[in-house]
Design a protein around this ligand. Structure first.
Ligand code: 1CP
Length: 372
């Protein structure tokens, strides 16, 4: 059965608390929360990174002109965009419509999201004086729109809401490079040439991530994901020295909030053990690393999320179906599995293909042995 947003809604009477959502759902633990704890569930839970926006016609219809930061700051619109994929696909979780650069934008760093490009800064982070542009965030003042969006969502959803923030390397890469990068040359050179400044920069980025995530959980998010998407561009020693302590700090700060934590990056095959060490219950795996290899590298101490190649969603159904079944077979019925793509939904994806993926996973996936 596909969970879906409940029909009885009305933003007006919302007070926004996860206990409200839980009571509306009844006693059963949602499959995605069970999977995060490596406990058996009624079905294999599924959500798709970047499930909102980009590929959905209903998103394009309401996104509006200009930067998506405008849509993110409009709670009614941001809530509706968050709900769209849950309604369409019956995913086991919603992910808040926001972006990994929202906290640094809110802290006044001078960053925008340029349509067709991604995050861009007119004045990238280059020296110590730029630290002043990264003041500490106070979500009750700087992120009031995030709270209002979650208040609406908690009243409407009957699946868990995933809050998120960007990981230190990925956010710092946009600040230092000033735009999306392929080689991360500037950020790697700052990191190695001036480690002291690098650690201060990451410390501020991490503090802002902690403030953002804590506010999301206070408002009712029941899981969080740390997107350190580009950390896999680092070799393991550099990851351990320059990034892992900051991610570990963010995750440790979330430990007592009682929500499962997912830690994700692409190209992280050689980093998986370190990523598992950093403190999350769930580690995201991309399609380059088979799930049994990831399980071995992480010693079985974390649940895994992944790992269908997003490009396979563009293939003919027979090919896609075989790929979905292979991911399920790779997982071999292990309860600690959240089915997802290995990275975000590609913009050119046909939503009907994802509808078929989720139907198949929900129908044949098992958390107590091989698929039926
Ligand atoms: O104007 C638009 O519609 C542009 C596309 C877009 C969207 C829909 C951007 C610009 N951000 C978003 C929203 C967004 N970003 C979400 C919301 C939920 C969803 O879509 O389901 C999330 C979870 C993100 C997270 C995000 N932003 C990440 C981590 C995930 C990943 O893809 O690795 C990253 C790296 C970003 C930066 C970013 N924002 C936007 C773009 C095009 C990019 C990537 C640029 C690059 O390639 O470096």
């Amino acid at each position: 059965m596909n969970p879906s947003p409940s029909a009885d809604h009305g933003a007006d009477d919302s007070t926004g608390s996860s206990s409200e959502t839980r009571s509306k759902r009844g006693a059963a633990q949602p499959a995605i929360l069970a999977a995060a704890k490596q406990e058996p569930a009624s079905h294999v839970p599924v959500w798709f990174m970047r499930q909102a926006g980009r590929s959905l016609p209903e998103y394009k219809a309401i996104r509006g002109e200009g930067t998506i930061l405008n849509a993110i700051q409009d709670p009614e619109r941001a809530a509706e965009i968050t709900l769209q994929p849950v309604r369409r696909y019956g995913t086991d979780a919603a992910i808040l419509f926001s972006d990994i650069v929202t906290p640094v934008f809110a802290a006044g760093f001078g960053i925008d999201i340029t349509p067709g490009v991604g995050p861009t800064c007119e004045q990238p982070f280059a020296s110590r004086s730029d630290l002043e542009r990264l003041r500490p965030l106070d979500p009750s003042v700087d992120l009031t729109y995030q709270r209002s969006t979650i208040d609406i969502l908690i009243n409407e959803l009957d699946v868990p809401l995933i809050g998120f923030a960007g990981g230190p390397f990925t956010v710092a890469s946009y600040l230092v490079e000033g735009r999306p990068s392929r080689d991360f040359a500037k950020v790697k050179s700052l990191m190695t040439a001036d480690p002291e400044l690098w650690h201060e920069l990451c410390d501020r980025v991490a503090d802002n991530a902690i403030a953002t995530l804590t506010a999301q959980v206070d408002a009712g998010a029941e899981m969080i994901q740390l997107f350190d998407s580009w950390a896999g561009s680092l070799r393991p020693e550099h990851y351990r020295e320059y990034v892992k302590p900051h991610s570990a700090k963010v995750l440790a700060a979330m430990a007592d909030l009682g929500v499962p934590r997912i830690h994700f990056g692409i190209n992280t095959g050689e980093l998986l053990n370190d990523i598992a060490d950093a403190g999350a219950e769930v580690v995201g795996v991309d399609w380059r690393t088979p799930l049994p290899v990831a399980r071995e590298r992480t010693g079985g101490r974390v649940a895994l999320q992944g790992n269908l190649d997003p490009a396979m969603v563009l293939a003919p159904w027979e090919v896609l179906e075989a790929e979905v079944l292979r991911v399920l077979d790779d997982n071999a019925g292990h309860p600690g599995h959240i089915f997802n793509l290995g990275h975000g939904v590609l913009p050119q994806t046909d939503p009907e293909q994802l509808e078929r993926v989720i139907e198949l996973v929900h129908r044949v996936g098992r958390t107590d042995g091989p698929r039926s």
